[in-house]
Design a protein around this ligand. Structure first.
Ligand SMILES: NC(=O)c1ccc[n+]([C@@H]2O[C@H](COP(=O)([O-])OP(=O)(O)OC[C@H]3O[C@@H](n4cnc5c(N)ncnc54)[C@H](O)[C@@H]3O)[C@@H](O)[C@H]2O)c1
Ligand SMILES: O=P(O)(O)OC[C@H](O)CO
Length: 322
């Protein structure tokens, strides 16, 4: 049986890095056709077509300069030509262009074609949020998986180690994509919750913009938060620490924090409730309790009998939302 033909729909920074991986991987597997098409949005670079440069110099000099692409990756300027005969489509373009592109390629999609979206973004639909993978699914009537992860294109192209997540509702497709995309330094985990994977990838970009605003305004030195003491410790403590363990038991047993500390920690001491009391005192003195509703709510639940089921109201009543 001939191997499945791949078309990479897109050739920007991430698309070109992925082309480097796919071009190499298809040669090592008999499940894929050894020649890969890559759709390139044509543009002129110093009087030459970008597709011509890629097909002769095997480098995307505009979007991923300094990295050679495998010679079996062929740049194709006409998207309808690029997808012809392809059974596996890898979508990797900025999300604002996906809808129009799907309309263009729909007449050339054959039965049994599958897709994977590496596109981080969302669209707006009549009933609210619309996933990019849903646009592809609906317009092309194909099965679509997604791949999202903490992946900077140039680092992946440099073969630096990183991990990524494939979300695949169809397990067999997930494993096919893993075979197509995994390398020793680009490690893939396949999970079933495709929509969650896609939402993570899309929404983190908004946080990234906010982080940039903060840095631009000189609010905080984000580099310190990236040390072990910052975000890493926050994640660690929320998963595996004593504070969260006792707080969970506080809800499920209805015992006091002091009782649980004695029962569960065998003389070890919790720091969170006490710290919340200290911070609360300072906030009170400075008339700033309203500005830190989460800190205030933790204190009031631990020490003032506030009902824990009201915890979420501290966020609902955040002054920023009023
Ligand atoms: N760059 C990264 O590090 C990275 C990593 C992970 C995911 N992603 C995601 O991958 C997706 C694609 O990003 P990228 O970095 O490959 O692209 P990019 O930011 O390099 O985008 C430029 C690409 O868009 C094409 N383009 C320009 N005008 C167009 C048009 N009218 N129609 C169609 N295409 C047009 C350009 O030719 C070029 O290929 C995005 O959703 C991005 O969030 C990027
Ligand atoms: O360069 P950005 O902000 O588009 O982010 C790139 C990747 O999504 C990081 O995971």
């Amino acid at each position: 049986m001939p191997g499945k033909k791949i078309c990479i729909v897109g050739s920007g920074n991430w698309g070109s890095s992925i082309a480097k991986i796919i071009g190499k991987n298809v040669k090592a597997s008999n499940r894929f056709d050894p020649v890969v098409n890559m759709w390139v949005y044509e543009e002129m670079i110093d009087g030459r077509k970008l597709t011509e440069i890629i097909n002769t110099e095997h480098e995307n000099v505009k979007y991923l300069p300094g990295h050679k692409l495998p010679k079996n990756v062929i740049a194709v300027p006409d998207v309808t030509e690029a997808v012809k005969g392809a059974k596996v489509l890898v979508f990797v373009i900025p999300h604002q262009f996906i809808s129009k592109l799907c309309d263009q390629i729909k007449p050339h999609i054959t039965e049994g074609t599958i897709g994977i979206s590496l596109i981080k973004g969302i669209d707006e639909g009549p009933e609210g949020l619309k996933l990019i993978s849903d646009i592809i699914r609906e317009k092309l009537e194909i099965e679509v998986s997604v791949l999202m992860g903490a992946n900077i294109a140039s680092e992946v192209a440099d073969e630096k180690f990183c991990e990524t997540t494939i979300g695949a509702k169809n397990e067999a497709n997930g494993h096919l994509f893993k075979e197509l995309l995994q390398t020793p330094n680009f490690r893939i985990t396949v999970v079933h919750e495709s929509d969650t994977v896609e939402l993570c990838g899309a929404l983190k970009n908004i946080v990234a913009v906010g982080a940039g605003f903060c840095d631009g305004l000189g609010f905080v030195s984000s580099s310190t938060f990236l040390e072990s003491c910052g975000v890493a410790d926050l994640i660690t403590t929320c998963y595996g620490g004593r504070n969260r363990k006792v707080a969970e038991a506080f809800v499920t047993t209805s015992k006091s924090i002091a009782e649980l500390e004695a029962e569960m920690l065998n003389g070890q001491k919790l720091q969170g409730p006490q710290t919340s009391a200290e911070v609360y005192k300072i906030l009170q003195k400075r008339n700033m309790i309203n500005k830190f509703p989460l800190f205030a709510a933790v204190y009031q639940i631990c020490f003032e009998g506030k009902a824990v089921k009201e915890f979420i109201t501290c966020l609902q009543n955040h002054p920023e939302h009023m």
